[in-house]
Design a protein around this ligand. Structure first.
Ligand code: ATP
Length: 456
């Protein structure tokens, strides 16, 4: 069942996952702050990605490069000349659009990739492409809109001090290719993984955290020998699907879009968008791109430093080819929350809203709930014993039914209730969020039981 984006956002705001950016000053459009539960969820997802692709992967290592890089990096990568979108304004209601997106939405079969901005404008007028907001077909000229965020370093504002906020984390990996390979004595094939903030001055940000100007990426640049017969593209596609499934994403909401050769980015030989069916429609979640040796070659040319790899078997030098699986952390969180959000009608006609998050990503795995104030001290003692081992919260406010609802709403998979019987029989009740089944468990074996529950 698909829920409305506004209902999901409202829920996430109410329970401390997200807040509107700069809210008390009237906000800053399309910025979102991660609240206490949101930041926990984000941290867990990043940790899971890192453990899967770095710690437990036989080929990969990690990196944390700077956000500010030498401006020549972005000349070499092609971003200074190619990283822009065709912008057009509706003359009627003044809404702003990407001309390519308007055409893609309204004339999906038309190939516009070779058209100049003048020709794009002619096509939009001829085909009477309409403004999605006011439904009129009356657009202004198309201008190229630079997506790079510029800033200055130092006190003197001249050309030399201009730098860019990185629009992707990938280039930090390419420029460190030799450092990493040499210092870690790595043999091709190997991959380098990085998590970090990226910035793009998007024309049409929106749809909650789907498209923002400041976002976080998790990228892998996987280097392999150009004539390697192994199908690394397919291997990485399967790795991504496994990761999504493990995270708890419903694969029925995933689809695949292979880019038409004519629409490929300047650096790409093959691109597959792994898409998710968001409440507003299908959108790219994870990009998988074959970048060949484009980036290493360009950095070699611009830096005048050799980036070639010396093959120890053949004693020949070459520039490795690259497969790039790249995902936005925020989009991944959004997709996960869309799958997890659910409103259920109960037998007594009441409703409960829950987040069906797996224990690996739930901000709290357990909640300790004393049934009465008189039991607070005993229950707290138990909580303190569990805290070093589990993500566990303690809640004493409101009646037990309300407390269960709150834990359902924030995705806590199990509630542990400490009642008057617990004082005598040394047992507690564990309630399962999804089935609402309850079971009595002895406190002595509680840690063992909980360990099993979180690993399921
Ligand atoms: P789109 O076509 O949606 O603009 P893209 O093809 O430009 O995305 P890539 O450059 O391939 O995106 O970036 C890799 C990943 O980074 C994307 O799959 C997406 O998950 C994420 N991403 C890109 N731009 C944004 C953004 N503005 N806000 C949030 N996440 C983003």
């Amino acid at each position: 069942m698909k829920y409305k984006i506004d209902d999901i956002i409202q829920h996430l705001k109410m329970f401390g996952f997200f807040f509107q950016g700069s809210e008390i000053y009237g906000g800053l459009s399309n910025t979102w702050d991660y609240g206490p539960l949101g930041v926990e969820l984000k941290r867990l997802i990043k940790d899971l990605w890192w453990t899967t692709f770095v710690t437990r992967n036989e080929y990969n290592v990690g990196l944390d490069s700077s956000i500010l890089l030498n401006p020549k990096v972005w000349e070499a990568s092609g971003h200074v000349n190619n990283f822009s979108d065709p912008l057009t304004d509706c003359n009627g209601c003044k809404s702003r659009y990407r001309a390519d997106q308007l055409i893609e939405e309204q004339k999906p079969d038309f190939d516009y990739s070779k058209l100049s901005n003048e020709q794009l404008k002619e096509y939009i007028d001829k085909e009477k492409i309409i403004c999605p907001s006011c439904k009129k077909a009356n657009f202004g000229e198309i201008r190229e809109f630079d997506l790079l965020f510029q800033t200055q370093i130092g006190v003197i504002r001249d050309k030399k001090s201009e730098v860019y906020l990185r629009p992707e984390t990938a280039q930090g990996i390419f420029i460190n290719f030799k450092n990493i390979q040499r210092s870690m004595r790595l043999k091709v094939p190997f991959g380098v993984c990085q998590i970090g903030k990226s910035f793009r001055n998007e024309i049409t940000p929106g749809n909650f955290i789907f498209r923002t100007r400041e976002f976080e990426q998790m990228e892998i640049e996987f280097f392999y020998k150009p004539n390697d017969k192994t199908d690394w593209f397919q291997i990485w596609k399967l790795e991504i699907i496994n990761f999504l499934e493990n995270l708890g994403i419903n694969l029925e909401n995933i689809s695949y879009l292979e880019h038409d050769e004519k629409k490929l980015s300047h650096y790409s030989k093959k691109t597959l968008d792994i898409e998710y069916n968001f409440p507003f429609g299908i959108g790219e979640l994870w990009g998988l791109t074959s970048r060949t040796d484009f980036d290493l070659k360009r950095h070699q040319e611009y830096s005048k430093k050799s980036l070639e790899y010396l093959d120890p078997k053949t004693n020949k030098k070459y520039l490795p080819y690259v497969i790039e699986p790249s995902v936005g952390v925020d989009r991944l969180i959004f997709a996960l929350l869309c799958d997890a959000y659910s409103v259920q009608k109960l037998k007594n006609n009441e409703e409960r809203t829950l987040l069906k998050l797996k224990p690996i990503v739930a901000p709290y795995q357990f909640a300790i709930l004393p049934l009465s104030k008189q039991l607070n001290a005993n229950a707290m003692e138990l909580w303190k014993k569990l805290l070093p081992k589990f993500r566990c919260t303690f809640d004493t406010s409101g009646n037990i039914g309300k407390r269960y609802r709150r834990q359902d709403a924030i995705g806590t998979p199990f509630c542990i209730t400490f009642d008057f019987d617990s004082l005598n029989d040394k047992k507690v009740t564990i309630r399962d969020r999804d089935s609402m089944n309850q079971e009595r468990i002895s406190i002595v074996s509680l840690k063992e039981t909980l360990k099993k529950l979180v690993n399921n």
